[in-house]
Design a binder for this molecule. Structure first.
Ligand code: DHE
Length: 525
């Protein structure tokens, strides 16, 4: 009785006082953020001149690192130092604010996507002829993460042609139009950009999400698809000028939503294939009339024309979905050369699975130890069979899998867990790094016919050596020293001798036009 009459009201007062205090702390944090950060990062935290600031976007940045950036600024960017403007308590308040999810994540639906669309240079105004002499099919695009730029490199002379600023934190492979003239770039912040390599100018840009995974371009060059973590959507765009066409909410039939693991184009199937982190399904999205898959649509789909009331779009295509149901989610996946099978794995467990895309179901399990990085897998012919080699994000191994009987028939030990693998049909070697280990400065060269390491290179002692790409003929190999004062190290692909170094700001991936548009088996697709 006493408890009911006195303690309960008292407890209520304490709890509501505490809630009010927390709310006022949160308000104060927000006020500080708006005053000092909102101008560049947006009062809605969606980004502006600076990147979006939600926990999801900051997942890759340690809090201590973020604290240092706020206090000292970020070199080679517009981010100023705040150590003289903010006390250390205020700095902590701002940090608390950006590392806390808002009650309501700002919406990025079709109207917001459409509102972000910018046409920088209409395609009709851009001549269909390169403004340089280099072979346009042997160009490389090198992503420099250090200061958010990209460099275009002449693949014959091995010299830079042009350098341009990109959106914040590009991630995943840029994708080319089928003729190699245009490149599409995606930033982790949700921006998709189209750049004209002939005229060295941006064509258009659009913001499709808050946290984007990757993009794919249809083999007919007409459609771009973007995959998001946040919001949980796929967004289809007209490749010509990035006009939005359709937005698909990722939901299974029970209404469970999901992040997209990745989306790729499957050229012989004329469709996009997407897998998901939170629902056990693979989706096939046919993008033209030649598609081989039977579309069975059962999801939530937003059609831009219908929802905006704008019927001015020339492109009136509609994209159906075919759902393939699985028992587990797929974090990472790879296709066999005819795109009939998808080989996927989840980041938990040692079990990979093979999905037959023709019949639309799982047909085999593969025991793959550790955490295979199938997205970086490559294939070639070994003893009359097509094999797939994959690095491992957790273990010091490369696994070799024979396609068809779906067995790991060999594993070799490496200097450390690796991220990227590359080869070329004209090269006898495969390159694999050990960038996730203490041997991050080492890179192995494996003989494709003995499946043994024949050389281990150490291009810069103590500095991360990662991601290689061949030129269109398989003559040269370009490797990244992925450090702020890094470099592109160029090797002779046969003698494995270093030819030259080009200084670059934390170069990550580099992508040869010819290899990508021809789906060269040693490169990423
Ligand atoms: Fe990537 C490609 C996922 C972390 C650099 N990365 C990809 C792709 C996927 C993926 C699905 C294929 C997309 C495509 O090309 O269309 N990456 C993931 C992750 O899940 C992971 C482990 C965690 C994450 O933060 O998302 C991850 N990736 C990284 C990095 O830390 C790297 C080294 C530096 C960075 O940019 O953040 C990195 N990922 C890359 C690069 C590619 C890539 C350079 C393109 C490789 C290619 O050759 O095509």
């Amino acid at each position: 009785m006493f408890i009911d009459r006195f303690l309960f009201p008292l407890a209520l007062i304490i709890v509501s006082g505490f809630v009010a205090m927390m709310a006022s702390v949160a308000d104060a944090n927000e006020t500080l953020y708006n005053e000092h950060c909102g101008g560049c990062h947006g009062v809605d935290r969606l980004g502006g001149m600076g990147p979006a600031l939600f926990p999801e976007n900051l997942a890759r940045l340690r809090r201590s690192e973020a604290e240092k950036i706020i206090a000292q600024g970020r070199v080679a960017t517009q981010m100023p130092a705040f150590n003289e403007k903010l006390s250390s308590e205020q700095l902590q308040s701002v940090l608390n604010f950006i590392y806390t999810s808002p009650a309501q994540i700002p919406e990025i639906a079709l109207p917001q996507i459409k509102a972000s669309h910018v046409i920088h240079n209409p395609i009709e105004t851009l001549p269909n002829k390169p403004v340089f002499d280099a072979d346009p099919l042997n160009l490389f695009l090198v992503v420099e993460m250090g200061d958010h730029h990209a460099t275009i490199l002449d693949g014959d002379k091995l010299e830079p042609i042009f350098r341009f600023p990109t959106r914040f934190a590009l991630h995943g492979g840029p994708k080319y139009s089928p003729d190699g003239r245009f490149v599409y770039l995606a930033s982790r912040d949700g921006w998709v950009s189209k750049f004209d390599l002939y005229n060295l100018k941006y064509v258009a840009e659009i913001r499709v999400g808050i946290n984007t995974r990757n993009i794919a371009v249809s083999a007919d060059g007409k459609t771009v698809i973007a995959a998001n973590y946040l919001p949980r959507t796929l967004v289809l765009l007209n490749a010509k000028d990035l006009t939005p066409l359709q937005l698909i909410d990722i939901k299974d039939e029970k209404g469970n939503t999901s992040r997209v693991s990745a989306v790729y184009t499957a050229p012989p199937r004329n469709s996009f294939i997407a897998a998901f982190k939170d629902i056990s399904e693979v989706w096939e999205i046919p993008y033209n009339d030649k598609a081989t898959a039977l579309p069975v649509y059962t999801g939530v789909m937003h059609d831009y024309r219908a929802e905006s009331g704008e019927d001015s779009l020339v492109d009136k295509r509609h994209f159906p979905i075919r759902r393939i149901k699985l028992e587990t989610v797929l974090d990472d996946f790879f296709f066999d050369p005819p795109y009939q099978h998808l080989i996927g794995a989840s980041r938990e467990g040692n079990q990979g699975q093979v999905v037959n895309l023709v019949v639309g179901r799982k047909i085999a399990d593969i025991e793959i130890p550790g955490m295979p990085h199938l997205g970086s897998g490559i294939n070639w012919t070994f003893e009359d069979k097509t094999i797939l080699a994959t690095p491992n994000l957790k273990e010091n191994i490369v696994s070799f899998i024979s396609l068809g009987d779906w067995k790991v028939f060999k594993k070799i030990e490496t200097a450390g867990a690796g991220f990227f693998m590359r080869s070329h049909q004209n090269s006898r070697y495969v390159w694999v790094d050990a960038m996730l280990s203490k041997n991050k400065d080492k890179i192995h060269v494996i003989d494709k016919q003995t499946l043994e390491i024949v050389k281990t290179l150490q291009p810069s002692i103590g500095k991360t050596a990662a991601h290689v790409e061949f030129d269109r003929y398989g003559k040269y190999v370009l490797l990244s020293i992925a450090e702020m004062d890094g470099a592109l190290v160029i090797y002779d692909a046969n003698t494995l001798e270093e030819i030259k170094r080009l200084p670059m700001k934390k170069p990550s991936g580099k992508y040869n036009v010819y290899n990508k548009i021809n789906y060269e088996s040693g490169t990423s697709h």
